[in-house]
Design a protein around this ligand. Structure first.
Ligand SMILES: [Zn+2]
Length: 250
């Protein structure tokens, strides 16, 4: 076994608190297309169509484009959790992981069975009412929109429903960011997994953890903004490294 994997596993085993931050690299292995970069969603769609301002000015048009985006995102495939999601579930169940902080909006951590998940950018699995905050599962609402209810509206107050993700130009919700900083600040081991760590608030969390004395492990195919000062810098496939860590802990 890779010695660095064994060393990281032993740090995890002796830590009081381990926190994982996950980004797009954890989802791409499940076939979820990435938004940024070559072949990313934003090469095929205009970001401006999905701005919060656009939603406010033209909610019906926004929803029409959002239906197309969702098709491109998921197509006919059922997106399933992969070995990286499952390894994180195993870590949590074994008492080795306090929380997952995620930049992903696909809900795959919960689908895999993770209990403690902080969604920094919201979730595509739900919609929320912009007036009263009512939330419900997204799938039936997308069905209604496809059937012509544009925009779909809230059953409680008739306000407009929007996907429960943070849109461009929309302010980040405070609560998940505050919780993420708290969890990072009291972690002994902080795992930054499949994220290039370029987008806030995620980008600031490894430093928050390190300032409080945490060991920082980065697992990502490419170099990240914090790789040079990480205690462990695994430039490797997350679906291989994480199961190997779990195995080393057993
Ligand atoms: Zn409402």
């Amino acid at each position: 076994m890779d010695e660095r994997i064994a060393a990281l596993a032993s740090e995890i085993a002796s830590a009081d608190s381990v926190v994982a931050l996950t980004g797009a690299g954890v989802s791409t292995a499940s076939g979820v297309p990435s938004f940024r970069g070559d072949g990313g969603i934003w090469e095929r769609f205009d970001q401006r169509d999905f701005h919060f301002r656009r939603f406010q000015a033209d909610p019906a048009g926004f929803w029409t484009d959002r239906i197309d985006l969702r098709e491109a995102f998921y197509g006919d495939r059922e997106i399933e959790p992969n070995a990286a999601h499952e390894a994180l579930v195993a870590l949590e169940r074994a008492g080795h992981l306090d929380a997952i902080l995620t930049q992903n909006v696909d809900g795959l951590h919960q689908a895999a069975g993770s209990e403690s998940v902080v969604e920094l950018h919201g979730t595509n699995r739900e919609v929320e009412c912009v007036d009263c905050g009512h939330r419900e599962p997204a799938d039936p609402i997308f069905e209604r929109a496809r059937d012509g209810e544009l925009p779909p509206t809230c059953p409680d107050c008739s306000g407009d429903l929007k996907p429960a993700v943070v849109l461009f130009g929309e302010s980040m919700p405070d609560e998940p960011t505050i919780r993420a900083h708290e969890l990072a600040g009291r972690s002994d081991v902080f795992l930054a997994i499949g994220s290039s760590l370029t987008v806030q608030p995620a980008a600031g969390l490894p430093s928050r953890a390190q300032r409080s004395g945490a060991t920082l492990a980065v697992i990502n195919l490419e170099e990240t903004s914090v790789s040079s000062r990480a205690d462990y810098d695994h430039r490797a496939d997350v679906t291989e490294v994480l199961p190997a860590v779990v195995e080393a802990l057993e």
